[in-house]
Design a protein around this ligand. Structure first.
Ligand SMILES: NC(=O)c1ccc[n+]([C@@H]2O[C@H](COP(=O)([O-])OP(=O)(O)OC[C@H]3O[C@@H](n4cnc5c(N)ncnc54)[C@H](OP(=O)(O)O)[C@@H]3O)[C@@H](O)[C@H]2O)c1
Length: 326
């Protein structure tokens, strides 16, 4: 009998990639979304509609069905999880919570990051609330019968998601021969993963008894500097020698306050991971999509429809000011 899996959410960027991979591996998959999914799901997926943050609606949707694994893609605060431990302890052999590697405190006291690196975030709301979710579910695992696995993706992208804060504004400026601002001196380290690689690493964790009680960083071992990330996008966009202009995160935040928090608490810090636990649980996994290939897909996707090439005039003006003053 095939593994029965229920996705709560799961029609977004990484969820839909995981759905395609799960079906390709013969998993019997049901996906619950509020509305018609914006991303395509394979025909084999059984689709249900409902608000999974409404525990009464969710209880009615699940009914008496039993699953080998339930994956919650859309838990962002403890309120989103109300009633889940009780409901799924009785309905599933595994409850997978999709968290984030943003839970790890910055600056990271010791690199590389492992699953036991300290979780800490006093300010940045997204990470702070993900930590609260993890703690609530861990307590349910310790005290009760919730067969919990915590999965922490890091920065995952696909053709729709340009993995730099400046997005298409940077591509357009590079093509026009204008400077593009990169935080710090462009050498801090970052880890990117294509959503299809995430899916290949993630799906084998479903129904995997060895993953119960564990938290797992589902990340690639592909470590890049921010300059390399910008250069890969430039190459894909046909620009050979883009002008990358380095400015401190503080200077950037002064000229463009919208980036202040994300630079301070996230992007300015080097983030690289020990992938030992993932390798132990999913020994066959190896990433297949290089950033060079991913960047080509990104440029092709955006060039196929001009409405996807969204630029930000305010950001471009901030870049001009930052470049004008050394
Ligand atoms: N992408 C990254 O780099 C990254 C990194 C770290 C962690 N993560 C984690 O990955 C998860 C997101 O994965 P994803 O982007 O692939 O999204 P996803 O969960 O696969 O997509 C969201 C889907 O869930 C539906 N949905 C939203 N709220 C709902 C509700 N209350 N009831 C039922 N359906 C609902 C959405 O439909 P509607 O159209 O109705 O909203 C959409 O179809 C998050 O937990 C995030 O923290 C992502």
């Amino acid at each position: 009998m095939s593994t029965r899996v229920l996705f709560l959410g799961g029609a977004g960027m990484i969820g839909s990639a995981a759905a395609a991979e799960a079906v390709a591996r013969g998993i019997d998959l049901t996906v619950v979304t509020r509305t018609e999914p914006r991303r395509e799901l394979p025909d084999e997926v059984r689709q249900l509609r409902g608000d999974v943050r409404d525990i009464d609606a969710l209880t009615a949707i699940v009914g008496d069905d039993q699953y080998d694994s339930v994956v919650n893609w859309i838990g962002f605060s403890p309120q989103d999880l109300a009633g889940h431990p009780e409901l799924f302890a009785a309905r599933s052999a595994q409850y997978v919570f999709i968290s984030t590697c943003s839970v790890y405190g910055r600056p990271v006291p010791q690199l590389p990051i492992t699953e036991s690196s300290p979780r800490r975030q006093p300010v940045f709301g997204y990470a702070k609330e993900k930590i609260e979710c993890e703690l609530l579910l861990e307590e349910a695992y310790r005290e009760g019968a919730l067969p919990l696995t915590i999965v922490r993706p890091f920065h995952t992208y696909d053709r729709t998601a340009i993995p730099i804060l400046s997005g298409w504004t940077a591509i357009e400026r590079m093509r026009a021969g204008l400077g593009t601002v990169v935080h710090g001196d462009g050498t801090s380290l970052w880890t990117l993963m294509h959503s299809s690689d995430f899916a290949r690493a993630f799906v084998p964790l479903l129904g995997n008894g060895h993953a119960i009680g564990e938290s797992v960083n589902v990340v690639s071992g592909d470590i890049l500097t921010w300059d390399q990330i910008h250069l890969a996008l430039a190459t894909a966009a046909g620009v050979r020698n883009p002008t990358l202009v380095h400015r401190s995160s503080e200077s950037i935040a002064t000229e463009y306050p919208a980036w202040g928090e994300v630079l301070e608490h996230d992007f300015r810090h080097s983030m690289l991971f020990d992938t030992g636990k993932l390798k132990q649980l999913v020994p066959d996994f190896a990433p297949r999509v290089s950033l060079a290939q991913g960047a080509r897909e990104i440029v092709e996707y955006h060039e196929a429809d001009a409405s996807r090439q969204r630029t930000n005039a305010e950001l471009a003006a901030a870049f001009d000011r930052l470049i004008a003053r050394p």
